[in-house]
Write a protein that binds this ligand. Structure first.
Ligand SMILES: [Zn+2]
Length: 284
């Protein structure tokens, strides 16, 4: 494969590079986080990407999406197409499967059931919850990425990555899922649509998808997640389960929390595959 991966191989060897090449990785959410992740996975030389996003590009995305350019149609361009274009410009041999639909769809579920890793690059708690449960059911290692910029009296900003694997901890275990908001997303599709309508009127209103978001903070979180996945996949070390980045103090911390003894996802659902009946979300 020429000298293209020479500098990678000096880090983790030809064997490590071959392991990366053998991976198929799903990126759910081709946005501010997802486009960074796609770029880095393509440069690392992964063999296959599954890209899931139902949205089209918006002008307000253009401050931070990687591989999106001034003349890309917004609206008009599908985010999955932009993600695919960028990945294939880096490496035309990558196998790309695109799902221009929500995750909670037959196509979305079918596309990720047998991937090696999932990266959740989402801004909706309900989708996070479904993805956590889906990955637990089908025993797929799952990186969940999140960034946050809280304006107001005290300005705080940063993000975190949470890695769920082998039923040894998840968003729920570590208390980083907003369960109330997730349930609201899931139990009442109309509430979600109402919020989207509100965003259409006032993009500055607080909430999922319309808060502040900037390229470099997204880049830190995406880089932490992709680095952890590379270390795990090449066998250098296990991935950390929860890394938090506090931009306002410049710190990255690693959690030593353990999985909850009675976690529904880690203990109840892990590895149950179709018996977990995650497909029940499809009928909602
Ligand atoms: Zn758990």
């Amino acid at each position: 494969m020429s000298e293209r991966f020479d500098r990678n191989e000096r880090f983790f060897g030809k064997e490590g590079q071959n392991k990366l090449r053998a991976l198929t990785i799903a990126v759910v959410g081709v946005g501010g986080l997802g486009t960074h992740v796609i770029q880095q996975l393509a440069l690392y030389g992964v063999g296959g990407l599954v890209l899931i996003d139902h949205e089209e590009l918006d002008q307000t995305n253009k401050n931070r999406y990687i591989g999106v350019y001034a003349d890309d149609q917004a609206p008009g361009a599908r985010k999955v197409d932009l993600g695919e274009r960028h990945a294939l410009l880096i490496d035309p041999t990558i196998r790309v499967i695109k799902v221009h639909d929500v995750l909670v769809s037959q196509a979305g579920f079918d596309a990720i059931r047998s991937v090696d890793y999932v990266f959740g690059c989402l801004d909706k708690e309900g989708t996070r919850l479904v993805l956590t449960e889906f990955c637990a059911a089908y025993a797929i290692p799952y990186f969940d990425l999140a960034t946050e910029i809280i304006t107001g009296d005290t300005l705080t900003y940063g993000g975190r990555i949470c890695f769920s694997n082998r039923g040894q901890g998840c968003l729920m275990c570590f208390g980083v899922l907003d369960v109330a908001e997730a349930q609201q997303d899931l139990s009442n599709p109309n509430a979600k649509m109402d919020r989207q309508k509100i965003y259409g009127v006032d993009a500055a209103s607080l909430g999922a998808g319309s808060g502040p978001s900037v390229v470099s903070i997204n880049g830190v979180i995406a880089s932490l997640a992709v680095t952890e996945s590379m270390l795990a996949a090449t066998g250098i070390r296990e991935a950390k389960r929860l890394l938090s980045y506090y931009g306002h103090t410049g710190k990255v911390t690693v959690s030593t929390d353990e999985a909850l003894a009675n976690c529904f996802f880690c203990k109840g659902v892990w590895g149950k595959s179709e018996k977990a009946n995650v497909e029940r979300y499809l009928s909602k």
